[in-house]
Design a protein around this ligand. Structure first.
Ligand SMILES: *Cc1c(COP(=O)(O)O)cnc(C)c1O
Length: 369
């Protein structure tokens, strides 16, 4: 760092990598067997390790998180309307729409930005078949209330848990809530397998359905039973996942220390809002969202000032999904005013295991000065 500039551009995240030598070592058996994909040895190993790490008995691997979610919705044979949140990544709603289902947007709560469970019931119609909530930034949804309402109306609950890899709630793996939870192992996430994803699910009868859907519906050498897609994770991804899983706890520890440093500097500042941490959650510190509400600089000004110093925070999530051009005319974003407001006020600051603490200090200095 020289003066008030980092030596190199700082992005909001940076993919974590094992030693190259370790990865190359993992690849040697692949060169020997020439088995590169289609549920090979690493695929099997990785799935087993993940079941243990995520405390979930049922899990299926996918080529990425999006396919995991899209095919899980398909596996559940849903119809009609699905209640979800507009405050998420494109994938969540796209997975619903690409299944021919109608998304119904529920507003978020202004404290942790997850789906506002108090508004959920009023959106349920005779056509509603499922709820797809998102554990935003690592904050866990009101799983009790969502579960209670879903139970009463006979609705499926599929969590987008892309942000909550490895988190626990009251000591339970986060993948144990609802009927299914999707995890993303994209390169930019806390834990990654280059691209990759998984679904943890409650009903073990879903296992063969998901397997078929990710493998063209093929069930035997000369037999195709359903119209499946291709969502298979390959061996290079699984090998990367196995190596990264060994390091993820240490990485989360580093993230935790950096998040604490941000919080020490930014909490209690008039006009800057940080979400409270829930003591029942073991966090993974995936993101560092900050909401500027009545601060002397607005979100866009902070974004620009940081960018001028080669620090690239992200307006994540902005715009809201119900404001996307591809959904123009279909939804009314004004119907979810809290999501709309937060999306205009929130900035996610750089946070990754190897981020230098001095950069965190610099970012705070720039915001506060
Ligand atoms: C990353 C992400 C996804 C999609 O995951 P991919 O593995 O990139 O397909 C879905 N939802 C949310 C909230 C995400 O952050």
């Amino acid at each position: 760092m020289t003066g008030d500039r980092p030596d190199h551009p700082i992005a909001v995240t940076r993919s974590s990598l094992p030693l190259l030598e370790e990865y190359v070592e993992m690849l040697k058996p692949l060169w020997e067997s020439a088995w590169l994909t289609n549920m090979g040895e690493y695929h099997k190993q990785f799935a087993g390790l993940l079941k243990e790490y995520l405390h979930t008995p049922n899990l299926e691997l996918f080529v990425n998180g999006h396919m995991a979610l899209e095919l899980t919705l398909q596996a559940m044979n849903l119809s009609g309307e699905v209640i979800t949140t507009p405050f998420s990544f494109a994938s969540t709603t796209h997975a619903i729409v690409r299944n021919g289902l109608t998304p119904v947007f529920c507003d978020i709560n202004p404290v942790d930005y997850t789906l506002d469970a108090d508004r959920l019931e009023s959106l349920i119609t005779p056509r509603t078949t499922a709820i797809v909530p998102v554990h935003v930034y690592g904050h866990i949804c009101n799983v009790e209330k969502i579960g209670e309402i879903a139970g009463r109306y006979g609705l499926k609950v599929i969590y987008d848990a892309a942000h909550t890899f490895g988190e626990t709630y009251d000591g339970r793996g986060i993948g144990q809530f609802g009927d299914a939870s999707m995890f993303s192992f994209h390169a930019t996430k806390v834990f990654h397998s280059i691209e990759g994803g998984a679904v943890a699910f409650r009903d073990e009868a879903l296992a063969p359905v998901l397997y078929e859907l990710k493998n063209f519906g093929i069930t035997g050498y000369e037999r195709v039973d359903s119209v499946g897609a291709n969502g298979k994770m390959n061996e290079f991804q699984a090998a990367m996942g196995i190596l990264n899983l060994r390091r993820v706890d240490a990485e989360i520890g580093k993230r935790k220390a950096l998040a604490k440093r941000y919080r020490e500097r930014l909490s209690g500042v008039e006009g800057i809002r940080l979400s409270p941490e829930n003591p029942r959650v073991r966090y993974n510190y995936a993101y560092m969202p900050v909401v500027f509400e009545g601060y002397r600089k607005d979100r866009d000004q902070v974004f620009r000032e940081l960018a001028e110093h080669d620090i690239h925070a992200r307006k994540y999530f902005y715009p809201c999904i119900n404001d996307y051009d591809c959904y123009k005319g279909r939804f009314d974003a004004a119907a979810t005013p809290v999501a709309q407001r937060i999306s205009q006020q929130v900035l996610t600051l750089p946070l990754y295991a190897d981020l230098e603490p001095e950069i965190v200090d610099l970012i705070c200095d720039l915001i506060l000065r």
